[in-house]
Design a protein. Structure first.
Length: 164
């Protein structure tokens, strides 16, 4: 039985409103990419409305989209992000999103079965922005093992994104 799962938040600042012609190709690919995530090994949960809309949350502002999900472990999320068709969309993100100067993605461990709120995720992102990677808010590059794990300390990985 799992004791912890990996929560992840990433936000993106839209160049134009989500319903603009410029973002139409991004929007057209959302269902396919979200379905890919849901079929991926290790996927647990993602933020969405009852009808499957993942782009209604505006907690970070009207010009931001929010992606919040839970995975079995870091390897499962990393495989989806960097080794699936998701990379095709990441390669095009400059067409749709402004480059952010501060952290826009954060990872943290949650008790198995816990569904993180957007408010909790916002707090984790702020923690990372203020303190850098640590056990309670980290990145792919500076990942921390599950609490109570036999692994010690953080692991530094090559976090070179194939999309930038």
């Amino acid at each position: 039985m799992k004791d912890y799962e990996l929560a992840q938040l990433n936000i993106a600042r839209l160049i134009e409103p989500i319903d603009s012609p410029r973002l139409s190709d991004f929007v057209a690919n959302l269902e396919r990419i979200n379905a890919l995530a849901e079929r991926s090994k290790g996927f647990v949960w993602r933020l969405q409305t009852e009808d499957g809309d993942a782009n209604t949350d505006r907690s970070f502002g009207d010009d931001y989209i929010v992606n919040l999900s839970v995975w079995d472990d870091i390897a499962s999320l990393r495989n989806y992000v960097y080794r699936s068709a998701h990379v095709e969309i990441m390669r095009r993100r400059k067409e749709w999103f402004s480059r952010m100067k501060e952290a826009y993605m954060v990872l943290w461990w949650v008790p198995a079965g816990h569904i993180p709120s957007v408010s909790e995720a916002h707090d984790k992102l702020e923690l990372l922005r203020c303190n850098g990677p640590a056990e309670d808010a980290f990145t792919f590059k500076h990942a921390y093992p599950k609490p109570n794990s036999k692994e010690d300390g953080s692991h530094v990985f090559d976090d070179t994104c194939p999309a930038w």
